[in-house]
Design a protein around this ligand. Structure first.
Ligand code: ATP
Ligand code: MG
Length: 442
């Protein structure tokens, strides 16, 4: 082998050239490959010999005799190559090969020349049937060469991708490391504040929120570490389908991967009291509303029955939907959170705002990962993941999210803004369900 081609490709070339010798009586065959793909038929390609068969011929006469005649650097179609061969070859110094007949078949795929097959028979000329057999062999070599080049290209891409990933991993490790210290400091400040504020001081709630949110961040950091430590062995091995057909798919378990990172995944559902879950969320929502000049109104019925849910997952769902209401409602607007309505065996939590609403064409895409609709054109930042995560978590809890835009009538309804209402329906805890007859919300 005189140029880098895979050993599999070289082996295949040899097999095909053995066919030329045994089946057609060829005395010598050479496969040349182009150094770069050349656009047929105008560009010139530099041809490099890759396989010579039989190799004994190489030892006996030296490589120089296999040098191509000068026109060979031009691309030819198979027909052109065969018809011109005599005239051209006779003009070359390689007279020892021209006692019989030499045939040149370019290896061409989709107008790109990838190489050339040269085969010689010393005792007689090739007939039409033999020529077409040689062309078929050339076609096989072309396909093999394309596959070989594609594989090497993919290997290079993979290598580059791995290097990039290693770099990103290092950067992420560094950033996460730097993230930890300020977070610990924030938590400590929160604790200090709590100690300094007397019981009953309204600011204690704020200090408690700082500590609670720092704890949440620390929990998320732990998950980051778990993900960073994932190795290839943690991924599902590639399974081949039982049939002959090989379908290559991404090996990542689609369901496991995102779920692994979502809050509450793998934890049991328990009886959750909505007022309790909302209490902590409302402290920070009120603070954000105040800062953004929004009015946050709540109507939470007392003595609500518990719902069957996962506390962390529920907090994440509510937090994402309240965050949207706070984010998309312009200053001066209102947000209304109402809990109390029950339908069948489900408890509803309605979050209504006086924001711009969601256009009908966006409504049908809500819940798709990274979908931001009209808001993608605005300055309001977002990743388009909040609702997708909320939807996934609510479905895991056998609940449902309804969206209404314009918003459903409520105490904050305004003729000036269409607004939006999200209603999260969660199943009531088991013993409460007995009081209802119909199993699902419609
Ligand atoms: P993030 O991932 O940071 O939450 P996001 O808010 O853009 O980004 P989602 O919460 O998934 O993503 O919301 C998807 C899209 O739905 C938003 O980009 C916005 O177009 C629309 N949307 C959601 N809630 C509201 C709302 N209350 N008012 C107006 N549009 C909304
Ligand atoms: Mg959002």
């Amino acid at each position: 082998m005189l140029m880098s081609a895979s050993s599999e490709f070289v082996a295949l070339c040899r097999e095909q050239m053995r066919l030329l010798v045994q089946g057609l009586g060829a005395s010598l065959s050479i496969v040349y490959l182009t150094r770069e793909l050349a656009q047929a038929p105008t560009n010139e390609a530099k041809l490099i010999p890759v396989v010579v068969y039989p190799e004994t011929a190489l030892g006996r006469q030296g490589l120089s005799i296999f040098a191509l005649p000068k026109y060979n650097h031009k691309l030819l179609t198979a027909a052109e190559a065969s018809s011109r061969e005599d005239a051209n070859v006779q003009n070359t110094p390689q007279q020892s090969l021209q006692s019989g007949e030499q045939i040149f078949v370019p290896l061409i795929c989709e107008d790109m020349m990838v190489g050339l097959l040269v085969t010689t028979r010393e005792d007689r000329a090739w007939n039409e049937q033999e020529r077409s057999q040689i062309e078929r062999i050339a076609q096989t070599l072309t396909i093999a060469c394309i596959l070989d080049r594609r594989r090497r290209w993919l290997e290079v891409q993979l290598h580059q991708q791995q290097m990039l990933q290693e770099k990103q991993q290092d950067l992420l490790d560094n950033l996460l490391h730097q993230f930890r210290n300020p977070l610990t400091a924030l938590r400590t400040f929160g604790k200090l504040l709590m100690k300094r504020l007397r019981p009953g001081d309204t600011n204690r709630e704020v200090a408690e929120s700082i500590v609670r949110e720092s704890d949440r961040l620390q929990e998320l950091l732990k998950k980051f570490d778990e993900v960073i430590d994932l190795t290839a062995t943690d991924l599902e091995p590639l399974k081949l389908p039982p049939s002959q057909e090989v379908v290559v798919e991404a090996t990542v378990e689609k369901d496991n991967q995102p779920a692994l990172l979502l809050p509450g995944t793998g934890e049991k559902k328990t009886d959750c009291y909505l007022a309790e879950v909302l209490q902590a969320l409302l402290v920070s929502a009120q603070a954000i509303a105040q800062e953004r000049n929004l009015e946050l109104i709540t109507d939470i019925e007392p003595n609500l029955p518990p719902v069957c849910a996962n506390h962390k997952a529920l907090r994440e769902v509510l937090s994402n939907i309240i965050d949207n209401a706070l984010k998309y409602t312009p200053a001066g607007g209102k947000i209304f959170i109402q809990v109390g309505k029950q339908k069948d065996n489900f408890q509803g939590i309605a979050i209504t705002d006086t924001g711009p609403g969601i256009p009908p064409e966006d409504l049908k895409h809500l819940g798709e990962r990274h979908y931001r609709g009209v808001q993608a054109q605005t300055e309001i930042p977002g990743t388009g993941l909040g609702l997708a995560i909320a939807k996934q978590l609510v479905e895991q809890m056998q609940g449902k999210i309804e969206v209404f835009s314009p918003a459903v009538p409520s105490p904050i309804s305004s003729p000036k803004a269409p607004g939006t209402t999200f209603i999260i329906w969660l199943p009531l805890a088991k013993e409460k369900q007995a009081q209802h007859a119909i199993p699902n919300p419609s």
